[in-house]
Design a protein around this ligand. Structure first.
Ligand SMILES: Nc1ncnc2c1ncn2[C@@H]1O[C@H](COP(=O)(O)OP(=O)(O)OP(=O)(O)O)[C@@H](O)[C@H]1O
Ligand SMILES: [Mg+2]
Length: 309
């Protein structure tokens, strides 16, 4: 059982607009996708697709919050979202096939009052019982301290439950101080955190090694260049196959999902690296974030090339 934290759940809307130009008016007849989103939701959906039991915890508010709750229920993803005043955010992705661009507009999200924060900790302490792995993904909401993930990592550690942390900026920095089991920044996040200029697997490895202090596994994802895994026993690079990419938003989240599923099942790190990469590439084959399909994941597994560094 995996507990997936999605602080900043969203209504994810994807529009496909040929030749998108700022400063012009366009009529869009077909909305490609309107679904519950946010990084933790993407992770939970991919875990669910893999057939592993998952439960989502987070916050939600307003009509957007009701949409998110209903959508998750329809998808059979169990979710407990603490109610906050105001509206959950909407995230807009504009895909332009003519230019091959993805334009992303993310709202910040509602402010979490102190009572809701306390309510969340109570919920977390109840939900953590019997859990194999916790994933912590995405940005925090206004009203939550930078140490929010750190506090959850400590509470999980007190129960012996490993956490995978995937966030950025001060929340990542503060979260690392609580020594999660694993951390998964992307290239830009790892570079900002360590000061290492990352241009290939080697430089990603130096960044990953810096992150290993008190942490068991450091993963740096590198978009089409795959991912580097560093542990205290060794380091590896997973190269995804070249594919026709439709969308890369949420590929990092899908990676985290596949990685977490193997850990939750007690599998070895290299198997986690392989399934994570297959899920990440499967996400890139479909429109929308976290919409990877099982048949794509299965077909991609054998096409992931792993080598020791
Ligand atoms: N163009 C691509 N071709 C093949 N695989 C890709 C491509 N882009 C991403 N991937 C796969 O997805 C993984 C994660 O990608 P990336 O480093 O972009 O994550 P991210 O920035 O954290 O994404 P997000 O936060 O939107 O989920 C990569 O390690 C790789 O396996
Ligand atoms: Mg990411």
């Amino acid at each position: 059982m995996i507990l997936t934290i999605c602080v900043n759940a969203a209504v994810d809307k994807t529009l496909i607009i040929e030749d998108f130009q700022a400063g012009t008016e366009r009529r869009v007849r077909d909305v490609a996708l309107v679904v519950p989103g946010g990084k933790g939701v993407n992770v939970a959906r991919t875990i669910h697709t893999l057939g592993e039991p998952v439960r989502l915890l987070g916050f939600a508010g307003g009509a957007a919050g009701a949409f998110i709750r209903q959508g998750l229920a329809q998808e059979d993803i169990p979710a407990d979202l603490v109610t906050v005043p105001g509206e959950s955010r909407t995230c807009l992705a504009i895909m332009d096939p003519a230019h091959g661009t993805e334009t992303i507009i993310n709202e910040v999200g509602p402010t979490v009052p102190a009572e809701a924060r306390v309510g969340f900790f109570t919920l977390f302490d109840q939900a953590i019982v019997g859990v194999d792995v916790v994933t912590l993904s995405g940005s925090l909401l206004p009203g939550l301290p930078d140490t929010f993930y750190a506090a959850l990592i400590e509470r999980a550690a007190a129960r012996g439950v490993p956490c995978i942390l995937d966030t950025s900026g001060p929340a990542l920095q503060a979260g690392l101080a609580a020594r999660p089991f694993a951390v998964k920044p992307n290239r830009a996040e790892a570079a900002a955190l360590t000061g290492v200029a990352i241009h290939d697997a080697r430089s990603a490895l130096s960044a990953a090694r810096q992150l290993l202090d008190g942490i068991r596994m450091a993963l740096v994802t590198l978009g089409r260049d795959g991912v580097v895994l560093a542990t205290h026993a060794g380091a590896w690079h997973a190269q995804p196959p070249a594919v026709q990419v439709v969308n890369t938003v949420g590929s990092g989240d899908s990676f985290t999902a596949g990685f977490a599923v193997v850990l939750a099942r007690g599998g070895p790190p290299l198997e986690a690296l392989r399934l994570g990469t297959a899920c990440a590439v499967a996400n890139a084959l479909r429109q929308g974030a976290g919409q990877a399909r099982r048949e794509d994941m299965d077909a991609l597994l054998a096409r992931v090339h792993i080598r020791a560094l």
